[in-house]
Design a protein around this ligand. Sequence first.
Ligand SMILES: NC(=O)c1ccc[n+]([C@@H]2O[C@H](COP(=O)([O-])OP(=O)(O)OC[C@H]3O[C@@H](n4cnc5c(N)ncnc54)[C@H](OP(=O)(O)O)[C@@H]3O)[C@@H](O)[C@H]2O)c1
Length: 455
Amino acid sequence: MKKSIVIFGSTGNLTYKKLLPAIDNLIRQKRLKKDDRVYLLARHDISLKQYIEDAKKQVKEMLDWTVLEEVLEFVYFHLNQIEDYQKLNHRLKDSGYTDNVFYLALPPKLFPEVAKGISASGLVTKGDASKRIVFEKPFGENLESARTINRELWRYFDESQIYRIDHYLGKEMIQNILVVRFANRIFGQTWNHNTIRNIVIIAKETEGVMSRGNYYDKIGALKDMLQSHLLQMAALIGMTRPKTFQSEDIKDAKVKVLNDLKLDSSSVVFGQYNGYLDENKIADDSQTETFIFAKAHFMNDKWRGTPIYFITGKKLDEKRSEIIINFKDDTNLNQIFSNAKPNNTKLVFKVAPEDGVKFQLNVKQPGLSDEIISGHLDYCHTCNWVGNTTEAYEKLLFDVLNNNKTLFTRWDEIEVMWEIISEIQHMNIPLHVYDDFDHLKEIILTEKGVDIDAL
Ligand SMILES: NC(=O)c1ccc[n+]([C@@H]2O[C@H](COP(=O)([O-])OP(=O)(O)OC[C@H]3O[C@@H](n4cnc5c(N)ncnc54)[C@H](OP(=O)(O)O)[C@@H]3O)[C@@H](O)[C@H]2O)c1
């Protein structure tokens, strides 16, 4: 059956930076065939040639535009005109495209209107599994708006047809977390508060908001990162073994542990980088946070007393996204090995920019000395891999084309993630203007008593 992807918002950053390169890769790997189609919808009356010329200025990767041109079709489209949806429906049917993905690469406030048009025109009929609809994050702006959007969507579509994207779930190492945890028995008995001292989830960026000020200023780090990517990572680390490794059972296990997760609102630090207010399209008096630190706990027997620390922000000292599992020491460590390094054993899931797993442990220094040093067992996920590894969006597009929902978020996941941050959203947390990460570390240490370097 011929497949099509219909992109609403084809002149946006997401399409240029992520979707077109992903489509190019899918074609190279013959996962999209020459008679499949990608319809690019936009409110500009231009030709496909013109679209491609504009896109070439935005896309960084070297794409095979000649091959791409064969599958791309440009559609001049107005989101608020039902006739445009009806014309598109005829065009798809007349060309024999009945297995269709509708991708909303649009600002979230347009989701309800477009969903309504897609449904009213018959482009998607409720319950028809050959028609899927993809929504980008953020899904809503708070618990209430997310519920309102979702209620709207459920009027028109079955949950089985709705694909909510959190692109972190498409990253190789995020997919690898469950494999490392559950395909290696040594972690079975040790993955709990008895053995694990704390969990640190970090997503640091060196860049500022760049050209995305308009979007970011309304969102901030709490919603852009913590509510979605970081909580998803926490769920994958904290969940118990699912009944099976099928999509729904994994989601059940994630929702269960997320329901136990409580943020300690008194621990939260908000920061805004110095110079943020001078960036393009940022309100002069913006109070948007570009950094957040928070401590949380899973309130259950498995994790009793093991804190989780979340650290994420822009304009920091390094680009690094990692999950660090810090293990406890043997209580007699120093009696047995007086020069062992305390709190030295850790497992690190490296998510970006490299992907891999690192295990750090106490080892003897080579040679005549009795010194104990830190040793590292370092697995690089991609270094020895012959062939391309997939980028997140390529994997996610491939899965939605093949009706595989494992890496997409179910409504109850989104709902509980909004619930977790809801209290903080309603609090008036002071905003610290920071020059660098050291500045923030000092605030976290002096105000919250947490020494980030020692975590
Ligand atoms: N960019 C990323 O890396 C990224 C990552 C994760 C999630 N997302 C999510 O993906 C979605 C799109 O993001 P983006 O960065 O591509 O945003 P963007 O650069 O602002 O592009 C938005 C697209 O929506 C169109 N649009 C906006 N308002 C419209 C209207 N009233 N009528 C018709 N078209 C309209 C724009 O068309 P015009 O060109 O005509 O204005 C453009 O094609 C958002 O939900 C965002 O949160 C983006």
